[in-house]
Design a protein around this ligand. Structure first.
Ligand SMILES: [Zn+2]
Length: 120
């Protein structure tokens, strides 16, 4: 798996959770939605990802037939909802830091806590 793409897989999983929290989703529809967001992801990548998320207890799938065709529908689980809420807080935090004027590591905070002597 290519490292540059792997960077985005966490974001893609969060998108999937977000949409599954709103309504049941299926693969093809999710691929189109992700393409909207600029993620070009094919079935060979998306289906294993959905399957893995189901294995982790975040989604639950069932087979449905629409007009004679079977497709697999994914719904979010309570575990998935909790994971989505935690991810939301982390993405908010990341978003803030990405848009800070001068991003920096948190030396100042440890000084305020009074343990700066080792860092001098
Ligand atoms: Zn989306």
């Amino acid at each position: 798996m290519d490292q540059k793409r792997e960077l985005y897989y966490g974001l893609i999983r969060i998108h999937v959770l977000l949409h599954a929290a709103r309504e049941p989703i299926f693969g093809l529809e999710m691929m189109e939605e992700l393409a909207h967001h600029g993620y070009r992801i094919g079935p060979g990548t998306l289906y294993p990802l959905l399957h893995g998320m189901e294995g982790a207890g975040l989604l639950k799938s069932s087979s449905e037939s629409a007009r004679g065709r079977k497709r697999r529908i994914y719904r979010i689980t309570p575990t998935g909802r909790r994971a989505l809420n935690k991810a939301r807080a982390k993405v908010d935090e990341l978003h803030r830091e990405l848009h800070e004027k001068k991003p920096r590591i948190n030396l100042k905070r440890s000084r305020q806590a009074g343990d700066a002597s080792q860092h001098a």
